[in-house]
Design a protein around this ligand. Structure first.
Ligand code: HEM
Length: 178
């Protein structure tokens, strides 16, 4: 008897008419970014593209590009640096919420441009890219260790590794949160 009453009660609950349904995503201004079907990258806010966004001038001559294995070597080194950082418990959290497809492309372009290996840099400047990310000096050190490992794995000679790190070091002023 109680069972029957419960079933009748459940059936008599009126369904909300479709016109009353509230689009909460719209109310709260929630929009989901969609990846570009060709590049696989998420869109970013408009910015002015310039090689000067790379944060430093390129090396002269072809020596540094050769030491890094030209574009193929640079691509492997940047991809490996990102891969190691995504798996590094010290800094993985920082990378999780961001677009690693875009980062692999722009980091490659930046390194390739700086090493004078025949690229232009199309990414954002270092201050804009790392704004509000909360990067601390110890996070920077972790990333540098991962880059050093990636360079070692590609047999980049030690003096060339250090010359390159010397170019990147001043950028920490724009990357690390003050
Ligand atoms: C000198 C050191 C560094 C250099 C040269 C560098 C370079 C770059 C470049 C070229 C971009 C892409 C810009 C763009 O999307 O337009 C980027 C973005 C990013 N970087 Fe760095 N970075 C440095 C340090 C760091 C550190 C220490 C961390 C964290 C531990 C970090 C985390 C990220 C993340 C998560 C993004 C993606 C941002 C986004 O998609 O909005 N970077 N970085």
């Amino acid at each position: 008897m109680i069972m029957l009453a419960a079933i009748l009660l459940m059936q008599s609950v009126p369904e909300a008419p479709a016109s009353d349904a509230v689009d909460w995503d719209k109310e709260f201004g929630v929009t989901e970014k969609v990846r570009d079907p060709v590049t696989g990258e998420l869109p970013v806010d408009p910015y002015v593209q310039s090689d000067s966004n790379a944060g430093t001038k390129p090396f002269e001559g072809t020596g540094m590009a050769k030491a890094f294995g030209d574009q193929d070597g640079i691509r492997r080194i940047t991809a490996r640096t990102v891969e190691l950082s995504e798996a590094d418990p010290r800094i993985a959290e920082i990378f999780k919420a961001h677009d690693m497809v875009r980062l692999k492309r722009t980091l490659f372009e930046q390194f390739c441009y700086i090493l004078n290996a025949g690229c232009s840099y199309s990414g954002r400047d270092m201050a804009a890219s790392h704004k509000d990310m909360g990067v601390r000096m110890r996070d920077m050190n972790a990333l540098v260790e991962n880059l050093q490992q990636a360079m070692r794995e590609e047999n980049v000679p030690f003096p060339a590794q250090n010359r390159f790190l010397g170019k990147l070091a001043p950028m920490s002023r724009d990357v690390v949160t003050k």
